[in-house]
Design a protein. Structure first.
Length: 652
C-alpha cells in the first residue's frame, strides 16, 4: 500500500475502534450499572399498566367549564392469554351468552391479532364494573379493566363545535400521524376535540405492579422506581359565550339553519349554532354507538354543521359588498341614484324589487335601506363593464378578486374541521358555464347575492366583521388561549388581515345605509333601544333539482348585522331555511342575540317577540315527522316555551 494512503487507513481504523468502544460502554451500562431492565426481566410477576392522562378541559370566555371528564371502564382482552377462566360467570356478569363470548374473542383476533389488546366490553355500567372488579382475579391474565375518560356536558350545548372522542380504528393506526397511539386509545374525532387533539390528549404514563400467584395486583413494583407519571392534557380557553350559544339553540329550535356570531375586534367566535342540534351527552357512555347511528341516519342531518358546511345564496346580504366594490372602483358615488320603477328590465328579463315606492333608490343609502334589487344588479354591470378593465372578462375577474378579498369563495381557516369554501364564480368559471359567450347580463344576479355565488354562514358573519372594522378582519376561531402553552399554534389567529384599496369613506357610506336598514328600512324589527344596529335583511331564492327539474322552493330567511355602529363588539349572520323574508324570522333571532350579548340581558318589552320566535316552526312537517328531533335535540327540546322564557325573564 502506498505510504500516502497510510493516514487514511489509520483514520478509518480509529473510527471503527471508537464505535466499538461506544457500543461496549453502552452495553456495560445497561447490563451492569443500570438495574432497571434486569429487574424487569427477572420479575415475571410484574404487570405493566398504561396510565391514561386526564384530558384537557374546555372553558368558555367567562371561564365556565363547558365539558368535564368522568371515568368509566373498558374490559379489554388479550386473546392468547385467555386460559382456564370461568366463562359462564363472566357471561353472567356481562349479560351475554357463550356464543356472543366466542364471537367477541374471534372478532378481537381478526381485528388486532391474538397478542394485542382489544376492547371486549366498552364503557361498563357502574353495576357491571363493580361485579367484575370483585372477581377480576378469576379472569386474568387474559382480561383487564382499563379506565377510560368520557366527556360530560353540563350545558348540553355546542355539540358541533366541541366534537366527540372515540376509539382509534385499525385503519387510523396505519397512518403516520397516529403512530403514537395504541389500539384501544381514544382520540378526538370531530370539532375542537379533533383539531386540538395533540394539546388535549396529554402524555401517557406507565405503572408497574407486582402480581400474586392468582395474578392479582398487590402493589407497586420496587416502590414505583420504574413508573412514569401521566401528564394531563392542556386546557383550552374559548371565545365562545356559552350563554349566547344556549340562547341561539333555544331560538333556532324547530327550525333548520344556522347562527354565527363573531367578535370583530379579535375574530373570536362568540356563538355557532347549527340547527337542528343534538345533546352532546348522547355521544358519551355505553350508548354512544347506538346514538351515533340514530344521529347519522336522521333526516334533518344534525351531525352536519350548517354553519361551516352548508352553502346558501347570500341574497340581499351581499348588497353591501356590491356597493363597496362600486364605490372603490369609482363607478358610482354615494349620491348615485337609479330610476327603479319596480323591476330591472335592461337585460331583457325583468328582475323585480320587493319594495318599489317612489325614490327608493335615489341614492346608495336609500337603495341599501330599501334593498333595491334593480340598483344592485345594475351596480354589478357597471363594475364589470367599466372601461378601465378593457372588457367584461377582465372586469368580472376583478369583481371576483374583490369578493375573494371579502372572504367569499374560499375557506377562511376556522379551527374546526370540514369547513366548506362556498362558491364565487371567476372568469374561467364563466367561460366554462357559457362556453365563452357571455356578457354582464349573463350573471347580473350576483350583484344581489343570487346565481353563481354561494356563502357559508361563517363567511357571511366574517364579511360583517370586515365592514364593521372598515376593511380588516382576523381569521374566525374558537380558541383564544391554551393553558401553559409555549408554541405558536394560535399565532395565525392573531394576524390582522387588511382588505386592500377600499377607502374608509366608502365603508362609512355603506355602514350608514345599513344603519338605515334597521332604523327605517326593511329590518326595523331588529331595533334595540340605545344601541345602533347596522344590518341587512335578505330573502335568498332557494332552487333545487327535484325529479330532474330545477324547482323553486320556499326562500331562505337571511339577516346579517353588527353592533354597535361605532366600536362594534359583535357581528352576526342568521339563516333560517325555507322560512321566507329575512325580517320575519332571521332578523328577530339576530337582534335578540345581539341584545343579550351587549347588555347581558333581554328587555322585558321584547318578551312577546321572543315568545313568537320560540314558538315559530319553520321545519317541513314531513321532514319533522320522519326525524327523531324530540329525542335527539339539546336541552331546548326538553323545555317548554314557558320554561325557557323564565330563564330570561325570571320576574315576569
Amino acid at each position: 500500500m502506498s505510504v500516502y494512503n497510510q493516514p487514511r487507513k489509520r483514520v478509518i481504523q480509529i473510527i471503527f475502534l471508537g464505535m466499538v468502544v461506544l457500543i461496549m460502554t453502552r452495553l456495560f451500562f445497561l447490563q451492569i450499572v443500570e438495574k432497571k431492565y434486569s429487574k424487569l426481566a427477572d420479575a415475571n410477576a410484574v404487570l405493566r399498566k398504561v396510565v391514561y392522562p386526564s384530558r384537557g378541559i374546555i372553558f368558555d370566555r367567562k371561564g365556565r367549564s363547558i365539558l368535564s371528564n368522568d371515568i368509566m371502564y373498558d374490559l379489554v382482552v388479550t386473546p392468547i392469554n385467555v386460559k382456564n377462566i370461568d366463562t359462564a360467570y363472566m357471561c353472567e356478569i356481562l349479560n351475554i351468552n357463550k356464543e356472543e363470548f366466542r364471537k367477541r374473542i374471534t372478532a378481537s383476533i381478526l381485528k388486532n391479532g391474538s397478542r394485542r389488546v382489544s376492547v371486549f366490553a366498552p364503557l361498563l355500567a357502574p353495576e357491571t364494573f363493580g361485579k367484575l372488579q370483585e372477581s377480576m382475579y378469576m379472569f386474568q391474565p387474559g382480561f383487564e379493566l382499563v379506565p377510560r375518560q368520557i366527556r360530560s356536558y353540563p350545558f348540553a350545548a355546542a355539540s358541533n363545535i366541541l366534537g366527540y372522542i372515540g376509539e382509534i380504528s385499525p385503519q387510523m393506526m396505519q397512518r403516520p400521524q397516529y403512530s403514537d397511539y395504541n389500539q384501544g386509545d381514544y382520540l378526538g374525532m370531530t370539532g375542537l376535540e379533533r383539531t386540538y387533539e395533540e394539546v388535549l390528549m396529554g402524555q401517557r404514563g406507565i405503572q408497574y405492579l407486582v402480581k400474586d400467584n392468582l395474578n392479582r395486583p398487590q402493589g407497586p413494583y420496587e416502590h414505583g422506581e420504574f413508573d412514569t407519571a401521566a401528564i394531563a392534557g392542556k386546557n383550552l380557553r374559548l371565545s365562545l359565550d356559552v350563554d349566547l350559544q344556549v340562547l341561539g339553540e333555544h331560538l333556532m329550535r324547530n327550525k333548520i339553519g344556522s347562527v354565527v356570531a363573531i367578535d370583530p375586534q379579535t375574530g373570536g367566535i362568540l356563538s355557532m349554532v347549527s340547527a337542528p342540534t343534538f345533546d352532546p351527552n348522547l355521544l358519551t357512555g355505553s350508548f354512544r354507538a347506538r346514538n351515533f347511528s340514530r344521529l347519522f341516519t336522521d333526516t334533518t342531518k344534525p351531525l352536519f354543521n350548517r354553519a361551516i358546511q352548508a352553502g346558501y345564496p347570500p341574497g340581499s346580504s351581499m348588497k353591501p359588498l356590491t356597493a363597496l366594490i362600486a364605490l372603490d372602483e369609482g363607478v358610482i358615488t354615494p349620491s348615485y341614484g337609479f330610476p327603479c320603477f319596480g323591476a330591472y328590465t335592461y337585460c331583457g328579463r325583468p328582475i323585480a324589487c320587493t319594495h318599489h315606492n317612489a325614490g327608493h333608490a335615489a341614492n346608495l343609502r336609500l337603495a341599501i335601506a330599501n334593498s333595491c334589487n334593480a340598483y344592485f344588479v345594475h351596480l354589478y354591470r357597471l363594475e364589470v363593464d367599466a372601461a378601465k378593465w378593457g372588457g367584461v372578462k377582465k372586469g368580472h375577474q376583478k369583481w371576483h378578486d374583490y369578493i375573494s378579498s371579502f372572504g367569499l369563495g374560499h375557506r377562511l381557516g376556522v379551527d374546526i374541521p370540514s369547513e366548506s369554501g362556498g362558491k364565487a364564480i371567476d372568469t374561467a368559471g364563466m367561460n366554462k358555464l357559457y362556453r365563452g359567450q357571455w356578457n354582464s347580463c349573463s350573471e347580473l344576479y350576483v350583484g344581489m347575492g343570487q346565481g353563481q355565488v354561494v356563502a357559508t354562514p361563517l363567511q357571511m358573519a366574517n364579511a360583517m366583521c370586515i365592514i364593521a372594522n372598515h376593511g380588516s378582519y382576523y381569521v374566525p376561531h374558537f380558541v383564544s388561549s391554551i393553558d401553559n402553552d409555549n408554541t405558536h399554534l394560535l399565532d395565525k389567529y392573531k394576524e390582522k388581515h387588511v382588505v386592500a384599496h377600499v377607502s374608509d369613506t366608502s365603508y362609512r357610506s355603506v355602514i350608514y345605509g345599513m344603519e338605515d336598514v334597521v332604523e327605517r328600512g326593511t329590518g326595523q324589527i331588529a331595533r334595540i333601544d340605545n344601541i345602533i344596529v347596522c344590518g341587512k335583511t335578505g330573502t335568498a331564492e332557494n332552487n333545487a333539482i327535484v325529479n330532474g327539474k330545477l324547482t323553486k322552493l320556499k326562500n331562505h330567511s337571511v339577516f346579517v348585522a353588527f353592533a354597535p355602529r361605532d366600536n362594534p363588539k359583535i357581528a352576526i349572520a342568521v339563516i333560517v331555511e325555507n322560512a321566507g323574508f329575512g325580517a320575519t324570522y332571521a332578523a328577530p333571532i339576530a337582534s335578540l342575540m345581539i341584545e343579550k350579548y351587549l347588555n347581558d340581558t333581554i328587555s322585558v318589552k321584547r318578551k312577546p317577540q321572543m315568545t313568537k320566535t320560540l314558538n315559530d316552526v319553520t321545519i317541513d312537517p314531513v321532514v319533522r315527522d320522519k326525524s327523531k328531533l324530540d329525542s335527539l335535540n339539546g336541552a331546548s327540546a326538553k323545555m317548554t316555551t314557558e320554561q325557557i322564557l323564565k330563564l330570561y325573564f325570571p320576574n315576569n
